[in-house]
Write a protein that binds this ligand. Structure first.
Ligand code: AMP
Ligand code: MG
Length: 353
């Protein structure tokens, strides 16, 4: 009798704790926070928390960590007392120094080298010398559209002689980085944002936090499901400006990332033709096949690196790469608006979207 009483008491307490837990879950509210301070773009944090205070504490931690990655990875700004990729790129007496850097820089550069191999060189952070020429011509062309020009090919070809990623020498133990070609520079624009978002998302996951979405300029990483346990709905941007719906499709995500590279994201116009910011390492010109390429996978670092690389590959080559990588799906929008998707993409897509 006593045994039965104890076991019913146990059942009751389990039931009660389940009820309390689910009502806590239900009482979570959705909050958002914005910042314009990192990676030259807007950061949006959305999350479910019991109250504003709880959300603000998590959002502040996310922004602090993102800020650290931003300062380490930027190639455009130096900060007093900090060796970052801007100082790695600098020349002193006509050569690059061997720079002792934060472990997070070493890890990201090793990751970028690995993605260079995996993508057959289509995403190459050692393209800095070529990309900076396009960057300068684009800035000048945007400031003075009537005088906009594209860079001369001989200038691009000369710069391309200094893009061999083997000349990025990393000593993992000593945590040092050296660019052994004095004319080589790094441009991590294709990878750093997604990598930083991934690292921040993993910090949350390690601490058991879920119910958050970190979106840094379209690099979207979901951390767990929504507060009520259902998946997040994340839109795939429609690259066609006159489209009635700003999103092409809506995906259900819980713990995965969605990253898009698009020719509409950054470009300038020369003689009526658009020149965007994703440069094919083979032709040294903006790749002219797609309006956008989106990648869904667990890691937003992979999503960022792969979406840029796929942008520079033919649909056939890209599809073969995607199919060789477990857990990676992709969505291409060709220049005429046609959509191509990898076989597993539809598993994420909301019906009728
Ligand atoms: P994303 O928007 O992630 O596709 O990255 C585009 C940015 O990456 C550009 O603004 C350049 O800074 C850089 N980039 C462009 N083409 C390449 C490439 N083929 N490999 C590596 N980085 C690139
Ligand atoms: Mg990218």
């Amino acid at each position: 009798m006593k045994k039965r009483f104890v076991s019913s008491l146990l059942m009751l307490s389990i039931l009660l704790s389940c009820l309390i837990f689910s009502s806590c879950e239900r009482s979570k509210q959705k909050y958002s926070e914005y910042s314009f301070d990192y990676f030259d773009t807007v950061t949006t944090i959305t999350g479910y928390a019991t109250d504003r205070e709880e959300f603000d504490a998590v959002a502040a931690e996310i922004l602090t960590e993102l800020g650290e990655y931003h300062r380490l990875f930027t190639i455009y700004h130096r900060f007093d007392g900090l060796e970052n990729l801007c100082t790695v790129n600098e020349l002193v007496d006509g050569a690059h120094r061997t720079v002792t850097v934060d472990r997070r820089i070493v890890d990201m550069l090793l990751y970028a080298k690995d993605m260079y191999e995996k993508t057959n060189g289509h995403v190459n952070i050692a393209l800095g010398s070529v990309l900076s020429i396009w960057h300068d011509y684009r800035e000048e062309g945007m400031n003075d559209p009537a005088a906009a020009k594209i860079p001369p090919m001989d200038k691009l070809t000369a710069a391309a002689a200094h893009t061999d990623i083997q000349n990025l020498v990393i000593d993992e133990e000593a945590c040092t980085v050296t660019l052994t070609d004095p004319e080589m520079t790094l441009d991590v624009g294709a990878i750093a944002k997604g990598y930083a978002v991934e690292m921040v998302a993993r910090t949350l996951e390690e601490r058991g936090i879920s119910g958050y979405v970190i979106n840094v300029g379209g690099n979207v990483r979901t951390v767990g499901a929504k507060g009520d346990g259902t998946p997040w709905t994340v839109g795939v941007e429609n690259p066609q400006e006159d489209a009635a719906d700003p999103y092409f499709a809506y995906l259900y995500l819980q713990g995965e990332s969605l990253v898009t590279s698009g020719s509409y994201q950054r470009y300038y116009v020369v003689a009526g033709k658009r020149y965007h910011h994703i440069i094919d390492p083979d032709t040294l010109m903006p790749e002219d096949l797609y309006l956008s390429v989106s990648v869904v996978c667990k890691s937003s670092a992979d999503g960022d690196a792969l979406s840029t690389a796929l942008f520079c590959m033919s649909p056939e080559e890209g599809l073969a790469l995607v199919e060789s990588l477990p857990g990676v799906e992709a969505h291409w929008v060709l220049n005429d608006g046609t959509r191509v998707t990898s076989p597993g993409w539809s598993g994420y897509e909301q019906q009728g979207s």
